[in-house]
Design a protein around this ligand. Structure first.
Ligand SMILES: Cc1cc2nc3c(=O)[nH]c(=O)nc-3n(C[C@H](O)[C@H](O)[C@H](O)COP(=O)(O)OP(=O)(O)OC[C@H]3O[C@@H](n4cnc5c(N)ncnc54)[C@H](O)[C@@H]3O)c2cc1C
Length: 403
């Protein structure tokens, strides 16, 4: 199938996430078995919990663990160590109508050299994406461009020292540089959301960049984490702001990845938790946010960043009710590479705009990202159980046609 064809208006096709043949069409039997064993290992809770310490020690002691990581989790969840390495993944996703978002997933760095490297890498993703419909977006994490402690201090309203002010202005400049590059090269860019204690600063800069660069369409997208109970009102205010200042609002809607950390900090520092009381409230606000976005689609562009089937189905229903083509320019779905292929591949087959975040970076530097994925996948009730059962169904289906 030619990727470019999804740009044309398509007729609606009913969608089913149960279709494992479509979900795993890109996987050989050997690839399917590898994924099965990886998720089996990820379902061993205690093993995943001790893995950060084990890997830290092993790398410190120069034990040969890099090869093991490369052949297992890295191969499954990442595109490679460089943009060039990701080419095979980009091509293989594009064959099935799925576009790629190259995500330089190096986290937890603290030096100016590292921040400049992040900027350089993000700029390279923008240039690589320029004019290539297989890579319709770029992305960055604000914490890749400055120390979290600095952003936290700025966010709290405390006065910065002269040195800190200079540091902050380098952070601000890096974001301006990347947003300007996104605009000049016509590559829309997502600003990832992180901890709430740095988010006001990011929200403010994101709004400023949108006002500047989203005049004709959304080039800059901010991310809203719906596990925060204040995000519905933030979304409504952002829409009003976009309307009254005549720009398009780009939003990536996610549930949020730092729940435990958020809860722990609010307890420790004795302030009300910004996180919803339970999963049901998060789910409700997630779906409400989607409804609000669709009511305002004349000024909003949305990336539905989720592995939740119900939320994805809700979007397909809303689009159908509004009689929008599946590949409406303002609506994109996104899942992380290596997860929820049953959603991505089935949406793509039905001609919805779909992307995978494809992380890349040196193995040792993307380790925090991989550990986060592993921890997120541990819960048997959650992602791992679902992945395992889908892979098992597909293995059975393939066996049954061989007979
Ligand atoms: C393309 C893409 C981009 C992403 N970008 C970001 C980003 O920029 N920033 C970011 O923080 N995350 C990001 N994420 C991760 C995302 O926030 C979620 O952690 C992850 O996708 C799981 O949520 P879900 O909607 O897929 O599925 P689900 O499995 O339905 O939801 C799990 C999520 O629900 C919430 N939750 C679980 N239990 C509770 C509870 N007891 N109380 C309240 N809430 C609860 C948590 O947010 C949890 O992650 C991204 C995910 C994708 C797919």
């Amino acid at each position: 199938m030619n990727y470019v064809c999804i740009r044309k208006t398509m007729k609606k096709t009913p969608i089913s996430f149960e279709d494992t043949q479509t979900a795993f069409v890109s996987k050989t039997n050997a690839g399917l078995n590898r994924a099965y064993w990886l998720f089996q290992i990820l379902s061993i809770n205690w093993l995943v919990q001790i893995s950060p310490a084990v890997f830290k020690f092993a790398l410190w002691a120069h034990l040969p663990v890099k090869g093991i990581i490369r052949a297992t989790a890295f191969r499954h969840f990442c595109g490679g160590e460089s943009i060039k390495d990701c080419q095979k993944t980009i091509e293989s996703l594009a064959k099935f109508n799925i576009a790629t978002i190259l995500d330089y997933s190096v986290e937890g760095k603290e030096s100016e050299v590292d921040f400049d490297r992040s900027l350089e890498q993000t700029l390279s993703t923008v240039l690589r994406a320029k004019g290539d419909p297989k890579i319709p977006f770029s992305v960055f994490k604000p914490s890749g461009f400055a120390r979290i402690a600095l952003l936290e201090k700025k966010n709290s309203g405390k006065l910065l020292s002269i040195q800190e002010q200079e540091e902050y202005s380098r952070f601000y400049k890096r974001i301006c540089t990347i947003c300007e590059a996104a605009y000049n090269n016509n590559v829309p860019i997502y600003i990832d959301a992180e901890e709430s204690w740095i988010q006001d600063v990011v929200d403010e800069i994101a709004a400023e960049m949108m006002m500047k660069f989203n005049q004709k369409k959304a080039i800059i997208y901010n991310t809203l984490q719906m596990y925060r109970h204040d995000r519905i009102s933030f979304l409504k205010k952002s829409i009003e702001h976009a309307r009254s200042n005549n720009y398009f609002l780009g939003v990536k809607i996610v549930r949020g990845a730092y729940m435990e950390k958020e809860r722990e900090r609010s307890k420790l520092l004795n302030y009300p938790s910004p996180i919803q009381a339970n999963k049901e409230n998060t789910d409700k606000d997630y779906d409400d946010a989607l409804k609000i976005v669709f009511e305002n689609l004349d000024v909003t562009y949305v990336c539905v960043g989720t592995h939740n089937e119900k939320s994805c189905l809700l979007v397909t229903r809303l689009m159908s009710e509004l009689n929008l083509p599946n590949n409406h320019e303002h609506v994109w779905f996104s899942q992380l590479y290596g997860m929820s292929d049953h959603i991505t591949f089935n949406l793509a087959k039905a001609q919805y705009n779909t992307t995978k975040y494809v992380p890349y970076g040196p193995i040792t530097s993307v380790l925090p990202y991989l550990i986060r994925r592993a921890q997120e996948n541990t819960s048997v009730k959650g992602q791992t159980g679902r992945e395992l059962s889908l892979i098992s169904s597909e293995k059975k289906r393939r066996k049954s046609i061989k007979k």
